[in-house]
Write a protein that binds this ligand. Structure first.
Ligand SMILES: Cc1ncc(COP(=O)(O)O)c(C=O)c1O
Length: 460
């Protein structure tokens, strides 16, 4: 099918006929146009009718340095002209070496070994495979299970999906690899009644639930615990004080690896290169993707403590795992240029200087009857919507469907804000703007959200 991509009508026909959108109920687009984004500049993107939107989600938690950075495009072009591709299977290329060394330098403690992938799911999958293989090679071959939290999203490949705690997205793909075990998350707003009076006590209880799960499953069967620094799915659950210190203790006590899944939280989202740094804990593995290149080219990976590579550094053992495009030269070169921008423009400093302003601006929305809770850290926030603020009563499935899919997602986009209306847990709106944003952008978000949420409330 040939068509003129600058003709919006022709583009719609071709999109509807041929492009399968991810996690999308395609029937929606029988009667509606597929939104088509054609370019970006700073924190804004533009559709093919020329309309501007504030990118309040950094695409999908990706565009840290914002859109339209020509230096990143130039880095990609230069690398492609010099060496477009060579695998990391038995070979190296300078961009991957430089990037691995630079990431190792930035990562906390002895996280010094970098294994690249092309995506976050592959990073999570690789971390689970490494955990299993490591224990096979160090005399504990029965350790294979993974513990993760309720509602947490860790990716879509079969292994990552088994770690994911969203039960609704699994049944179509059962049976999944065995070994995924769930524990409570750190949603204090929805803490069980017996734990709802003290955030610190709640955090320790939630951490201790990991120990109870390890004991229940049998410590000799548990390989790793996968946790995000701030859990995304469910609407931004930061760790309560003391949570990660207790989790680290528990992992050490039972010889279980702690994997910090930082596919969203690494590279500035929380004002630090790594979320583990912000909350002061030492993981055994960090998984990353998204922000490492700000999306100018795909890349992911895991950063691994020295000790975990030992069995594969000496003797005949090999980590029998690899991905053709992992650590792609173009992506590695782009990541290096991306980190240069982080340094030159002091993006971490920008987040740290402005995060209180972001929180304060979003918190103004708490005067609306539909806004139950605002939570998050850095440039990463969730707004939980409720039917009754006093009782925290949430919407039933029907209302949630009508409110989120039927009205809010569309209305927020129409009003010029890209964000995410999500009901994989209780209904939330999520915001994760590019790290270049300042007060004027927070005000713009607040104004759009206020108008649309007020309208939503009148429709309930
Ligand atoms: C914490 C976490 N892990 C893993 C993934 C999967 O990443 P990808 O979509 O790049 O496969 C995501 C994606 O959003 C994520 O948020």
């Amino acid at each position: 099918m040939t068509f003129d991509p600058s003709d919006p009508a022709a583009l719609q026909v071709a999109a509807k006929e041929h492009l399968w959108l991810h996690f999308t109920q395609m029937s929606t687009y029988k009667s509606e146009d597929v939104p088509v984004i054609v370019r970006g500049s700073g924190p804004y993107v533009y559709d093919n009718h020329g309309k501007r939107y504030l990118d309040g989600l950094s695409g999908l938690f990706v565009s840290m340095v914002g859109h339209g950075r020509t230096e990143l495009a130039e880095a990609a072009s230069k690398q492609a002209a010099e060496l477009a591709y060579f695998p990391l299977w038995s070979y190296a290329h300078p961009s991957a070496v430089q990037l691995a060394a630079r990431i190792a330098e930035l990562a906390p403690g002895d996280l010094n070994k970098v294994f690249f992938t092309t995506s976050g799911s592959e990073a999570v999958e690789s971390a689970w495979k490494l955990a299993k293989a490591y224990f096979k090679h160090t005399g504990e071959p029965t350790r294979y299970k993974v513990i993760s939290r309720d509602i947490a999203y860790h990716g879509t490949s079969m292994g990552a999906l088994a770690i994911t705690g969203l039960s609704a997205i699994k049944p179509d793909f059962e049976p999944l690899p065995p070994g995924g075990v769930r524990v409570p998350n750190t949603n204090f707003y929805r803490a069980p009644a017996f734990m709802s009076s003290s955030l610190a006590d709640f955090g320790l209880w939630a951490a201790d639930e990991i120990e109870r799960a390890i004991l229940r499953e049998g410590p000799e069967s548990v390989a790793a615990v996968f946790l995000e620094p701030v859990q995304n799915s469910g609407g931004c659950f930061p760790p309560p004080p003391g949570y990660f210190a207790r989790v680290r203790e528990i992992c050490d006590r039972y010889g279980v690896l702690l994997v910090s899944d930082e596919v969203i939280c690494a590279f500035g989202r929380l004002g630090y290169y790594f979320g583990a740094e912000r909350y002061g804990y030492q993981p055994d593995i960090i998984t990353f993707a998204k922000g490492v290149t700000s999306g100018y080219s795909p890349l992911g990976g895991m950063i691994v403590r020295d000790a975990l590579m030992e069995p594969f550094r000496t003797g005949g053992a090999t980590f029998l795992h690899g991905i053709t495009f992992a650590g792609h030269p173009v992506s590695a070169a782009v990541a290096l240029a991306n980190l240069d921008v982080f340094e030159r423009d002091n993006l971490l400093g920008n987040v740290r200087a402005n995060e209180e302003g972001f929180r304060a601006t979003l918190s103004k929305l708490l005067d609306l009857p539909i806004v139950g809770d605002i939570r998050g850290d850095g440039y990463f926030y969730g707004i939980e919507l409720v039917k009754d603020k006093a009782t925290k009563e949430t919407f039933d499935d029907d209302e949630s469907e009508r409110l989120l899919r039927g009205f809010l997602s569309h209305a927020l986009f129409e009003a010029g804000l890209v964000c995410r209306a999500d009901d994989r847990g209780d209904p939330v709106i999520q915001l994760a703007p590019p790290l270049i944003c300042t007060q004027q952008h927070f005000d713009e978000m607040e104004q759009i959200l206020r108008a649309v949420l007020t309208e939503a409330w009148s429709r309930i």
